[in-house]
Design a binder for this molecule. Structure first.
Ligand code: KIV
Ligand code: ZN
Length: 503
C-alpha cells in the first residue's frame, strides 16, 4: 500500500443528501454515482438502508450500476441496521459496512443515557457483527471531535482488534480547530498500538467554516481517507468539499499526498449535483463557484493576460472548465449543443437532444449568447414534462400608475382552467391567479431570484421553498422573463406534493 495515497470517500448521497429539500430519487442517485465513479472516488457511501425503503433501494441500484468504487452503507451500532445494510449491499462487487456510535461525554450521557464502558462494548459488538457479513468494516466514533482523546484511543484500539479496517473520526458538530483536530489524529497514531492495521478517516463538518482546514490537518497528521461531498453539500453548513481537498493535494507540491481523483471531471459533477439537488453553488465558492476564475479588477486582468500564473494558482482546465469553450448562439448546431451538454454531465441523444435543441433555439432568439446555466435550465425545463400542473399560458401586466394584474391558463391533470387576479406586483398577481385554481393552503417560505450573468437580456434563476401541511417542497425555474421563472418555480414546487389534486 502506498503510504502517501489518500482515499476519497464520497458521502454526497448519504450525509449530503440529508439536507431538507435536496433529496434525490434513485435514478438521480445512479446518475451521480456514475459520475463519482468517473471522477475516481475510491468509496461511495450510497445511503443508510434502514432509514427508508428509498435508501435501501438506492443502495441496491447503485451497487448494480457502478463497479470500480467500494459501495458503503451506513448503520447505527444496532444488529437490525447491520442486517439490512448487508442485504442492501448484496449486489456490490466491493462492499463496506459503516457502523458506529457516539463517543463524546454528551452523546454517552444524553443520547444513550449510558456509560463509556457500555458504549465501548456496543462498538466492539457492532464491528464483530458487521464482520460476519463483510471483510471491510468502517467504524465511526460520532462526535469524536468533542471526545476525550484517551477514551477515543481506547475505542479505536478495541474496534480495530474487533476487525475494523477503517476508523472514522468525525468532527460531527464542526467545532474543532485545525490544530486540535490534527493533534487528535496524531494522538491516535502515537497511542493506539494496532493503528497500523487500519486506515484513519477524517469526516469534518463546516459549522465554523473549518471543514477543509480540519480535513487537511487530519491528513497531514496521518489520516489517509477523507470523507467529503461534492460542492460541500451536507446538513447545516455542510461537509468538507471534495473539490477543495482534491485541488489542494494537486496544487501543493510541498504536500506529498496523492489521490486517484480525475480533477478534470470536477466541474461537470459539481453542476450535476447542484442541478439535481436544486442547490445553487455560491458564486464565490472555492474551485467551482461562478467567480472562482473570474478576474474583474483591472490590475488582475492585466496580470492574467500577461501570464495566468500571476493571479491564478489553478488552471481552470484542471477542473474541466474550458473558459475558451465554444460560445452557443442561435446559429449553433446540434453538435455544439451536445458538446456543451456532455461537458456539463448531461448525456442526451436522439429525440431527447432534438427536443432540447428546439427549446435552445427559442431561448437563443431572446438572448444573444447562452451560458452553461442557461443550458442546464433547458434540461431542467424538459424534466418537468410529466408534471400534474402545467402552465398553458400566462399574461401579466404592471407599470407606473396601474394596478398589477395577471391571468393564467392551467392544465391540471388533463383539465383546463383559467383565472385572473390582482397583486402588489406582476409575480404576486400571477401567483394569486394560480391560487384561484389550486386553492390548497400553500405558503411561500423562501423565494430567491438570481441573475445568471448581467445585462437586461439576462436569464434569471428562481429558487422557491413552499410549505404545505407542515412539509417543505422546493421548486426551481429559469427564464429571461422574471414572471415566467417565478410562476414556473412555484409550479415546480407544488408538483412535488403527492396528494395535491386529491384534496
Ligand atoms: O457527522 C457524523 O458524525 C456522521 C457519522 C454518521 C459518520 O455523519
Ligand atoms: Zn457527518
Amino acid at each position: 500500500m502506498d503510504k502517501n495515497r489518500v482515499y476519497f470517500f464520497d458521502t454526497t448521497l448519504r450525509d449530503g443528501e440529508q439536507v431538507p429539500g435536496c433529496q434525490l430519487n434513485t435514478v438521480e442517485k445512479i446518475q451521480v454515482a456514475k459520475q463519482l465513479e468517473n471522477l475516481g472516488v475510491d468509496i461511495i457511501e450510497a445511503g443508510f438502508p434502514i432509514s427508508s425503503p428509498g435508501d435501501f433501494n438506492s443502495v441496491i441500484e447503485i451497487s448494480k450500476a457502478v463497479s470500480e468504487p467500494v459501495i458503503c452503507a451506513l448503520t447505527r451500532a444496532v444488529e437490525k441496521d447491520i442486517d439490512v445494510a448487508a442485504d442492501a449491499l448484496k449486489f456490490a462487487k466491493r462492499k463496506r459496512i459503516h457502523t458506529g456510535i457516539g463517543t463524546s461525554e454528551s452523546h454517552i450521557k444524553y443520547k444513550f443515557n449510558s456509560t463509556p464502558e457500555e458504549v465501548l462494548e456496543r462498538a466492539v459488538k457492532a464491528v464483530k457483527y458487521a464482520r460476519r457479513y463483510v471483510d471491510d468494516v468502517e467504524f465511526y466514533a460520532e462526535d469524536a471531535g468533542r471526545t476525550d482523546n484517551v477514551f477515543l484511543a481506547r475505542v479505536v484500539e478495541a474496534v480495530i482488534a474487533a476487525g475494523a479496517t477503517v476508523v472514522n473520526i468525525p468532527d460531527t458538530t464542526g467545532y474543532c480547530l485545525p490544530s486540535e483536530y490534527g493533534a487528535k489524529i496524531k494522538f491516535l497514531c502515537d497511542n493506539v498500538s494496532n493503528i497500523d492495521k487500519a486506515i484513519i478517516s477524517t469526516h469534518c463538518h463546516n459549522d465554523l467554516g473549518m471543514a477543509t482546514a480540519n480535513t487537511m490537518s487530519g491528513l497531514i497528521n496521518g489520516a489517509r481517507q477523507c470523507e467529503v461531498t461534492i460542492n460541500g453539500v451536507g446538513e447545516r453548513a455542510g461537509n468538507t468539499s471534495l473539490e477543495e481537498i482534491a485541488m489542494i493535494l494537486k496544487s501543493h507540491n510541498d504536500i506529498t499526498l496523492t489521490s486517484g481523483i480525475n480533477t478534470q471531471s470536477i466541474y461537470s459533477i459539481s453542476r450535476t449535483v447542484s442541478r439535481l439537488m436544486n442547490m445553487p453553488v455560491q458564486p464565490n465558492k472555492a474551485i467551482v463557484g461562478k467567480n472562482a476564475f473570474a478576474h474583474s479588477s483591472g490590475i488582475h486582468q492585466d496580470g492574467v493576460i500577461k501570464n495566468t500564473t500571476t493571479y491564478e494558482i489553478i488552471d481552470p482546465k484542471d477542473i474541466g472548465l474550458d473558459t475558451n469553450s465554444i460560445v452557443l448562439t442561435a446559429r449553433s448546431g446540434h453538435a455544439a449543443l451536445k458538446f456543451r451538454l456532455d461537458h456539463l454531465g448531461v448525456n442526451l441523444t436522439g429525440l431527447d437532444l432534438d427536443k432540447i435543441y428546439q427549446d435552445f433555439l427559442v431561448l437563443a432568439d431572446s438572448k444573444k449568447e447562452l451560458n452553461d446555466e442557461d443550458i442546464l435550465h433547458l434540461v431542467g425545463k424538459d424534466a418537468s414534462k410529466n408534471q400534474t400542473v402545467k402552465i398553458n399560458w400566462l399574461q401579466a401586466s404592471s407599470g407606473v400608475g396601474m394596478k398589477p394584474h395577471a391571468s393564467i391558463g392551467l392544465d391540471v391533470a388533463g383539465k383546463s382552467f383559467e383565472a385572473a387576479a390582482m397583486g402588489n406586483g406582476p409575480v404576486d398577481a400571477a401567483i394569486n391567479a394560480l391560487r384561484q385554481i389550486i386553492r390548497q393552503n400553500i405558503t411561500i417560505n423562501e423565494f430567491t431570484i438570481q441573475g445568471v450573468t448581467k445585462g437586461s437580456d439576462d436569464c434569471c434563476k428562481v429558487h422557491m421553498q413552499v410549505e404545505y401541511e407542515g412539509m417543505y417542497y422546493y421548486g426551481y425555474a429559469a427564464s429571461t422573463d422574471i414572471v415566467n421563472a417565478s410562476v414556473n418555480a412555484y409550479v415546480d414546487a407544488i408538483n412535488k406534493i403527492d396528494d395535491l389534486i386529491e384534496k
